[in-house]
Design a protein around this ligand. Sequence first.
Ligand SMILES: C[S@@+](CC[C@H](N)C(=O)[O-])C[C@H]1O[C@@H](n2cnc3c(N)ncnc32)[C@H](O)[C@@H]1O
Length: 166
Amino acid sequence: MLDDYFETKEEEQDYYKMIAFQELFKVLRNNFLNIRELRVLEIASGEGQITRKLVTIFKNVTAIDPKLAMEEDYENLTKEIKYFNSSEYDCSNYDLLVSCCPCGLSEDIIYASKRYNVPFFIILCNCLHGFKTKEEWYINLKTKAEPAVLYKGKYEIWYLTNLKDR
Ligand SMILES: C[S@@+](CC[C@H](N)C(=O)[O-])C[C@H]1O[C@@H](n2cnc3c(N)ncnc32)[C@H](O)[C@@H]1O
């Protein structure tokens, strides 16, 4: 069992995030001819676990987080150490919004996607956000994000995206 395999909760989470990232990659391959050219805005990058993957795939990545904790630099990465806010941040120069576990920011990312007509892919966190179950929160978000689709991937990874998983 995988549950017995990991020594720490963090190790387990990292593993699941990488699986979620593979889901993103699969969905992108189904939607875009030239993934490499996409200009990607990653919101709430944290310690950059997903950012490090994004820079290997995309020519142009911007990571925004007031607590971005990434020491290393990449030619194709712009770091923005500040808060994202859909009413102030211009997303029109991006082709894709990506976020992993943005917690309470999820709704604002959905809002930005609609406002700027840029597709989004959010790997959802497990917090309850005042709901009784995480599934209830996911459904609530999905309603706001429609016609976006809520997916339950392998290993309890949920993600919400308005890209088609054909
Ligand atoms: C749960 S962590 C997720 C970090 C990372 N994506 C991961 O999966 O490990 C949430 C992150 O959201 C960031 N954050 C909170 N409000 C934000 C905002 N308005 N704009 C950008 N980042 C924000 C926090 O600083 C934190 O790093």
